[in-house]
Design a protein around this ligand. Structure first.
Ligand code: ATP
Length: 304
């Protein structure tokens, strides 16, 4: 498959400490890729390497189908907001954008008004950035990352420190850009619940290692409400389930079935199985919340 960005064994060592270790991520055109990891997991370091802001110790990445040194030539098609947006607090949003356009040689007329409009800051006029709310600053950071019409935009913790309204505003802005301009995004966060409202794909990173890559549907399936049935004969149990009208189930192994409907009917299911001499070893309703799933994956415990 052709990826817009992929990494191969990407590693960054600071002295003896491996901040990122052998990471392979895969991002397709049009994806909103959520990189999820606790504080210190290695998210920023990974994003810096794929933005050309830090040199990998080992490994490489490919951008727009080009690998190694050639990939670096395509970084002009990548917009970034990594760590806090580099803004001039005494200037207005428009003036900040003007400076970035000048630095990047962007001369297109009306580009500043268009960008301000895109991120919902068209109304701010001459207000200095130092008087902006966190959400407004963050949206200005996104506008700055959009200068030069990038195909891929990399945002490090774009919702960090925002209140619920600010989070919603940033989320809507990103979804609109993805939908209307087909911009591919890579976003990092330590809050899976928030990322889940926007990301189409996930990379879960912990202690510098990528634990898992999965699609939104795969994640939702893992966290959805279900009955977990353990029997002595899953194949025979399926026939029994079908006989009582249950069709939304998945056989996990020769003893385990996940059932995604009639979550209150455990009693009926057990009786139907018994009636056909299928032994129920256990039957439980599971509803693993997103954060629980992530905590389990990373070995539990919270690291603020
Ligand atoms: P956070 O959400 O806290 O920013 P993160 O997932 O972005 O976390 P990184 O900032 O990439 O994590 O840091 C990963 C590890 O690398 C941490 O242990 C950090 O202390 C270390 N690290 C990052 N940058 C440097 C540096 N320039 N020199 C030495 N160690 C570093």
């Amino acid at each position: 498959m052709e990826y817009l960005l992929s990494t191969e064994g990407l590693t960054k060592r600071y002295g003896r400490h491996k901040a990122v270790h052998g990471v392979d991520i895969h991002v397709k055109q049009g994806d909103i890729y959520g990189l999820i990891g606790r504080n210190g997991a290695g998210k920023t370091t990974l994003l810096k390497m794929i933005s050309g802001l830090a040199a990998p110790t080992e490994g490489s990445f490919s951008l727009f189908g080009k690998r190694g040194k050639e990939a670096y030539r395509y970084l002009s098609r990548v917009g970034t907001l990594i760590e806090s947006p580099g803004v001039y607090p005494n200037l207005s949003a428009g003036e900040n954008l003007k400076l970035k356009c000048l630095a990047m040689g962007v001369r297109k007329k009306k580009v500043i008004e268009e960008l301000l409009d895109t991120v919902g800051l068209a109304h701010v006029g001459k207000k200095r950035v130092k008087h902006f709310s966190m959400g407004m600053k963050q949206r200005l950071g996104i506008a700055l990352a959009l200068v030069g019409e990038p195909d891929l935009v990399i945002l490090d913790e774009p919702i960090n420190g925002l209140d619920p309204q600010g989070i919603a505003e940033v989320r809507e802005t990103l979804l609109r850009l993805n939908r209307e301009q087909n911009i591919t995004f890579i976003l990092s966060s330590h809050i899976l619940e928030e990322l889940s409202k926007i990301a189409t794909h996930y990379g879960m990173i912990h202690n510098g290692v990528l634990l898992q890559e999965l699609t939104r549907d795969e994640l939702m399936a893992k966290c959805s409400e279900r009955i977990e049935l353990k029997t002595d004969d899953a194949a025979k149990a399926c026939t029994v389930l079908e006989s009582i009208g249950i069709t939304r189930y998945k056989v996990m192994d020769s003893h385990t079935i996940h059932i995604f409907e009639r979550l209150n009917d455990s009693g009926e299911i057990t009786m139907a199985l018994a009636g056909q001499q299928v032994k129920t070893i256990s039957i439980t309703v599971k509803n693993e919340a997103l954060e629980d799933y992530y905590l389990n994956l990373t070995g539990g415990g919270i690291n603020a």
